[in-house]
Design a protein around this ligand. Structure first.
Ligand code: TYD
Length: 136
């Protein structure tokens, strides 16, 4: 899996003096069928979330509020993507190791996912992940 397959998506932005509005639609802005959404919030300073990869699940990670960094790793290269605008999303395909760090106070990470939650879809062991990549 290539790190370049992790792409920034830009959602529509309707500027309005009353407040801005953005949106996403499954068939138009999202490259998969949405099966689940979840969000991460109230992250204490210095905490790290999401240290794992998925076997099948694809995701789009959006900083709905505040900012945080997504650290992407495919076993051979690493890339850090800072998210700090609610109209950008980071597409992460299956097979990429990622974690989120550097959460600002009151940040809100919103994630749309292509599969329902399944613990079996997680690879949580970085050494195991590296081994699988090396043997692939
Ligand atoms: P997890 O994805 O492991 O978070 P992180 O990778 O940041 O450590 O999720 C934490 C817990 O929440 C885990 O026990 C499973 C549960 N969970 C669900 O029940 N449904 C979900 O959609 C998600 C994402 C997590």
């Amino acid at each position: 899996m290539k790190i370049e397959d992790c792409k920034i998506l830009k959602f529509p932005k309707i500027l309005d003096e009353r407040g801005n509005l953005s949106f996403l639609e499954e068939g138009i802005h999202i490259p998969f069928e949405i099966k689940r959404s979840y969000w991460i919030y109230d992250v204490p300073g210095g905490e790290i979330r999401g240290g794992h990869s998925y076997k099948v699940n694809q995701e789009i990670i959006i900083a709905l509020s505040g900012s945080f960094d997504v650290v992407l790793n495919n076993g051979s290269s690493e890339k850090i993507v800072s998210l700090n605008r609610s109209y950008y999303g980071l597409y992460v395909p299956a097979g990429i190791w990622r974690h989120m760090e550097n959460f600002s106070t009151n940040s809100l990470a919103f994630i749309v996912a292509s599969t329902e939650y399944s613990e079996n879809d997680y690879e949580r062991d970085l050494n195991q992940y590296r081994e699988e990549i090396a043997n692939a």
